[in-house]
Structure formats: structure tokens, C-alpha cells
Design a protein around this ligand. Structure first.
Ligand SMILES: [Zn+2]
Length: 145
């Protein structure tokens, strides 16, 4: 079934072409493109065998590429002295990995060490909490809200 890709406000939706009329800005995907997308999604999400023509175009394995990328990210974050969430070690206990962005007092952003439970927050936005945590980690005083 053909598809119309349409942007409604800030949302991009995929619509059944038979159930909708063409509008300016729509991207129309015919039955061949729909088949190609279904082949990709069914292979990736449901582990169906790939269309042989599509399979013949494969140059590298996505999982291996993802693992390489993750390893590169780990090297970069270690060089920056931050964990995968961009957070520096806990100044109180020295924990490096188990530092995470949390919601405190209901829904306000903060950062917590899951090892010694020290918590910085609440802040108005998560970026502010991360900056405060990293400054605190470096030994600089930061007043909380
Ligand atoms: Zn700690």
C-alpha cells in the first residue's frame, strides 16, 4: 500500500495513501518503496530473511558498526574524564560510572551518585544539573536552587 509522508505541525507521520488526499509538501512512496521499507523493517524488527537483492548490497554489519562506535565513545568519554552520561566522578566517593541524571522532588532534574547516594539538585533544567555536578566534581562550589 502506498504511503504519504506528511509533516503535521512538528510531527512527521506515515499515512495510507488510499485513506488520504495529496497535500502540498507530502512525500509519496509508491508500492515498490513500501515493499523495500517493509523488507528492511521485517528483517530488523522481526528477523525475517532479507530480500536477496537488498542483501546483495550489504557492505558491513550494523551490529559490528554499532559496537565499534560504542567503543569509540567509551574511549572519548574516558579521555574527557566523564562517564557515558557526560558526568564526572563523584567528589565524595570517587565513583566514576554509577553517576546518573535523575528526577528529584517529583520531576525536577538532578544528578546522583548511585554508590554513595549524594544528590545535587533540584535544578530547572538537566543541563544546569550536569554543569553543576561537573563543577562540584572539579571542586568548585556551586549553590543549588
Ligand atoms: Zn559517590
Amino acid at each position: 500500500m502506498a504511503i504519504r509522508i506528511r509533516t503535521v505541525g512538528d510531527t512527521v507521520v506515515a499515512l495510507c495513501a488510499a485513506e488520504t488526499d495529496k497535500k502540498e509538501g507530502d512525500i509519496y512512496l509508491d508500492d515498490n518503496i513500501h515493499h523495500a521499507l517493509m523488507d528492511k523493517f521485517c528483517h530488523e524488527l522481526l528477523d525475517y530473511p532479507r530480500d536477496p537483492v537488498a542483501e546483495s548490497q550489504k557492505l558491513r554489519d550494523a551490529e559490528e558498526e554499532l559496537n565499534k562506535w560504542l567503543a569509540d565513545q567509551k574511549i572519548k568519554t574516558e579521555a574527557d574524564g566523564v562517564n557515558v552520561e557526560g558526568l564526572k566522578p563523584c567528589r565524595q566517593c570517587g565513583e566514576k560510572e554509577a553517576i546518573s541524571k535523575v528526577k528529584c522532588f517529583g520531576n525536577q532534574p538532578g544528578v546522583q551518585c548511585n554508590s554513595c547516594c549524594v544528590l545535587l539538585g533540584p535544578y530547572d533544567i538537566i543541563e544546569e544539573a550536569v554543569e553543576a555536578w561537573n563543577l562540584w566534581s572539579d571542586g568548585e562550589f556551586v549553590s543549588e536552587n
